[in-house]
Design a protein around this ligand. Structure first.
Ligand code: OFO
Length: 167
C-alpha cells in the first residue's frame, strides 16, 4: 500500500475485529450457561458478523497489494455478566470500535488515501447500526427491571436473529 501508516492501521483493525468476534463468542457461551438461548444466539450472530468485518479488512489490504500481519488475541473478559451488563458491555465495545473506525478514517484522509477513505464509509454506517442495536436491547432490559417474564420474552425475540446476507 502507498501509506505504511494506513496499512499498519488496517492490520490493527483486523485484530480489533477478530478480538470483537472472540469477545462476542465468550458472551454467547456465558448467556448459554445462564439458560438464555436467545441471548446466546444474538451474541453468536454478532460473533459471525465480526468475523465478516475482519474478512472485509483482510481482503481489502490484499486487494491494495498490502501485507497482512495478524497479531495476537487476548482472552475475552466479561466484567458484568447480568443480561443488562452483557448488552452494556456490547454497547461500550461498539463505541470503542466506532472510535477506531473514525481514527482510521482521519488517518486515511491525512495520508490522502482516498480509496481507504471510501472503503471505510461502509463501516461508519455499520457502527451506527451496531450501537443502535445494542442500545435497543438495553432499553428493553431497563424497561422490564429484571422481571422474569419480561426477560423470557426478550430472550425469545433475540433467538430470532439470523446470519446477515453478504453485503
Ligand atoms: Fe461490532 O463492529 Fe465490527 O466493525
Amino acid at each position: 500500500m502507498k501509506s505504511k501508516a494506513v496499512e499498519d492501521a488496517l492490520n490493527n483493525q483486523i485484530n480489533e475485529e477478530l478480538q470483537s468476534a472472540y469477545h462476542y463468542l465468550a458472551m454467547s457461551a456465558e448467556a448459554d450457561r445462564q439458560g438464555l438461548p436467545g441471548f446466546a444466539n444474538w451474541f453468536k450472530m454478532q460473533y459471525l458478523e465480526e468475523l465478516a468485518h475482519a474478512d472485509k479488512f483482510f481482503n481489502y489490504v490484499l486487494e491494495r497489494d498490502g501485507e497482512v500481519k495478524l497479531g495476537q488475541l487476548g482472552a475475552p473478559e466479561i466484567k458484568d455478566k447480568t443480561p443488562l451488563g452483557l448488552f452494556e458491555g456490547a454497547l461500550s465495545h461498539e463505541q470503542h470500535i466506532s472510535a477506531c473506525i473514525f481514527k482510521l478514517k482521519d488517518l486515511a484522509r491525512a495520508e490522502s488515501d482516498h480509496a481507504t477513505d471510501v472503503f471505510l464509509e461502509w463501516f461508519v454506517s455499520e457502527q451506527v447500526e451496531e450501537e443502535a442495536n445494542a442500545r435497543g436491547v438495553i432499553d428493553q432490559l431497563k424497561m422490564i427491571e429484571g422481571n422474569k417474564n419480561g426477560l423470557f420474552m426478550i430472550d425469545r425475540e433475540l433467538s430470532g436473529r439470523k446470519p446477515e446476507e453478504d453485503e
